[in-house]
Write a protein that binds this ligand. Structure first.
Ligand code: AMP
Length: 288
């Protein structure tokens, strides 16, 4: 078996900049892959995409307190940094950025980045403050690492569009690259939060993908948007989801609700199984 060298770990902004500046001095192109850890194959697809786009890939692991609301799972969120570092080294990452909460938000920290537009509605409506927390930490990570490329998953489709908007509005010089959702064999989108599911919940969970595909398929055949959204929500409840935050059709680039399907569209959903909140999304075939 091939030995993997230990992954260099930067825990401070200055150590990260030293690492990235040294690569830059050698003329290397650098990709940043922001994560909250508890890594799975979805995260590794981002690392592989980073390796295709750049010469050096540095993932970050930071469970960002300010993107969790009161009563959400910040404390329970899985943390297993040693395993993550080993997996990243094996996947070919070149370094790991592992800041502490104090490094990211030192005493006196007082700035929040808020994005309107794509951050409104969907998860933005059900998780107040979430995208401000995401935009703030992503702006910081991009300014800390100063990468050429940053890689994000379509799993968090609204987040991807928020980040694209943020970078454009603030003239942050980085290419944002999106990666398609990596799924389990039964269609469930991989997520660190899947570990919360009981066996009974895990058996129901893939239905969110199947129902989204069914809605998208019927829309592609000319189904009515509002009727299909309502049917999709009812199907989620019938499949055993405890509640549905939303199931909505949105423009794939702006997330504005479309009046009709002339442009690329996406069906997005968030639904709860017991204490676990699952999100997923699919493209409407033929709309792009
Ligand atoms: P997280 O650690 O959940 O904050 O996710 C870090 C990054 O990995 C985000 O850009 C996510 O969209 C992406 N990601 C998480 N799960 C998947 C997946 N199943 N497929 C593709 N990307 C994913």
């Amino acid at each position: 078996m091939k030995e993997t060298a230990a992954l260099p770990i930067a825990r401070t902004v200055s150590a990260l900049r030293q690492m990235v500046d040294a690569w830059r001095a050698e003329g290397r192109r650098v990709a940043l892959v922001p994560t909250m850890g508890a890594l799975h194959d979805g995260h590794l697809a981002l690392v592989r995409q980073g390796l295709r786009q750049a010469d050096r890939v540095v993932p970050s692991i930071f469970v960002n307190p300010i993107q969790f609301g009161p009563g959400e799972d910040f404390a329970a969120y899985p943390r297993r940094v040693a395993e993550d570092a080993a997996v990243l080294a094996k996947a070919g990452a070149h370094g790991l950025y592992l800041p502490s909460a104090d490094e990211m938000y030192p005493a006196g920290f007082a700035t929040t980045v808020t994005v309107a537009g794509p951050a409104q509605g969907l998860c933005g409506a059900f998780r107040p403050g979430h995208f401000a927390g995401v935009a703030t930490v992503v702006a910081k990570l991009l300014l800390q690492a100063r990468p050429d490329v940053a890689v994000f998953g379509e799993k968090d489709y609204q987040q991807l569009l928020v980040v694209r908007h943020l970078v454009r509005d603030l003239d942050i010089p980085v290419d944002i690259v999106g990666v398609p959702i990596v799924r389990e064999c039964d269609g469930l989108a991989m997520s660190s939060r899947n570990a919360y599911l009981s066996p009974a919940e895990r058996a129901i969970a893939p239905q969110i993908h199947r129902i989204l595909l069914d809605v998208a398929g019927r829309l592609a055949k000319g189904g009515d948007i509002a009727a299909e959204e309502a049917r999709g929500r009812a199907d989620l409840l019938a499949a055993g989801f405890s509640s549905v935050d939303y199931l909505e059709v949105r423009d794939a680039e702006t997330l504005v609700p479309p009046a009709s399907l002339g442009r690329p569209a996406r069906v997005l959903a968030a639904a709860r199984l017991g204490c676990t909140r699952l999100i997923d999304n699919v493209a409407v075939p033929g709309s792009q």
